[in-house]
Design a protein around this ligand. Structure first.
Ligand code: NAD
Ligand code: 0WE
Length: 256
């Protein structure tokens, strides 16, 4: 697939194992120009290393999605470097760690709920709002979701609510941006051992369960997610918008 001359902003690289890092690699291999963001100074050098390994020129900029100012500075950075943009990848999520464990009702707090929804769902619409006037026709916005939005998955807790909100966000954004021929889709990925999964109790059991119960009897790779993102970013998917596509080896449709 060809993304030559396409300008792609990718948010959510924290390590080489990040889904966003695979997307950056696959997109740049297909001719795209890449901008990467890093959440904080601690992650800066890792994102620099990943950017330097991409083919072609890539640019990097800090962006903490909790801060309006960072999102508006990111837009200025993109405008100065590129003037316009074609594709935005949102691959970030966060909830306070103590909420991703134990009983949902016992552990839920107003603040934890707000943080999870702010970083994991609102930020996707905030990016659309900020970048709206510089996204080119035939543009595409893509986010990452998880099955915990519609099924109860042990310990996923408040993140399940936030992903449900994110998926509704995909549908509403697709209508807001459709008249400009900008498409908005989500990928519901199966579990992968990235930083976002580290320290989650029972994660190995979840991986084993997918291996046992999914149609393909295995887990997914970040490259498989990236290849689906490539399709959703390209004109091969020109009539697909407002959708959540499962990249999960068929796990979500499996019954007994
Ligand atoms: P990851 O830890 O590599 O990436 C998560 C990213 O979120 C990090 O780069 C982190 O910096 C970023 N982030 C968190 N808070 C932020 C903030 N305030 N501002 C800016 N960035 C912030 O893990 P990943 O697995 O690559 O996760 C990427 C996306 O994929 C997430 O939306 C996650 O929910 C989703 N997802 C992951 C899995 C999985 O099992 N790993 C499965 C389905 C969906
Ligand atoms: O969306 C996610 C996890 C996102 C995430 C991860 C963390 C860890 C560090 C959000 N907030 C935080 N906060 C932290 O402090 N996934 C899809 C991966 C994941 O997380 C789970 C899973 C799966 C799968 C948690 C419980 C059960 C399953």
């Amino acid at each position: 697939m060809n993304l030559r001359n396409k300008k792609v902003l990718i948010i959510g690289v924290a390590s080489k194992r990040s889904i966003a890092a695979s997307i950056a690699q696959v997109f740049s291999d297909n001719g795209a120009e890449i901008a990467l963001t890093y959440q904080n100074e601690k992650l800066k050098s890792r994102v620099e290393d990943i950017a330097s390994e991409l083919s072609g020129n890539s640019i990097i900029c800090p962006c903490d999605l909790a801060k309006d100012e960072d999102i508006s500075n990111l837009k200025k950075f993109i405008q100065e470097n590129w003037s316009d943009i074609d594709i935005i990848i949102h691959s970030a999520a966060f909830a306070p760690r103590e909420l991703l464990n134990g009983d949902f009702v016992e552990n839920i707090t107003r603040e934890g709920f707000q943080i999870a929804h702010d970083i994991s769902s609102y930020s996707f619409a905030a990016l659309a709002k900020e970048f709206n006037d510089i996204i080119n026709e035939n543009g595409s916005m893509i986010t990452l979701s998880y099955l915990g939005s519609e099924r109860v998955i042990k310990n996923y807790n408040v993140m399940g609510l936030a992903k449900a909100s994110l998926e509704a966000n995909v549908r509403y954004m697709s209508h807001s941006l459709g008249h400009k021929n900008i498409r908005v889709n989500g990928i519901s990925a199966g579990p992968i051992k990235t930083l976002a999964a580290s320290g989650i109790s029972g994660f190995n059991e979840i991986l084993k369960h997918v291996e046992d119960k999914s149609a393909l009897k295995r887990n997914i790779t970040t490259v498989e997610v990236a290849n689906t993102a490539l399709f959703l970013a390209s004109q091969s998917s020109s009539a697909i918008t407002g959708q959540i596509i499962y990249v999960d080896c068929g796990f979500n449709i499996s019954g007994v």
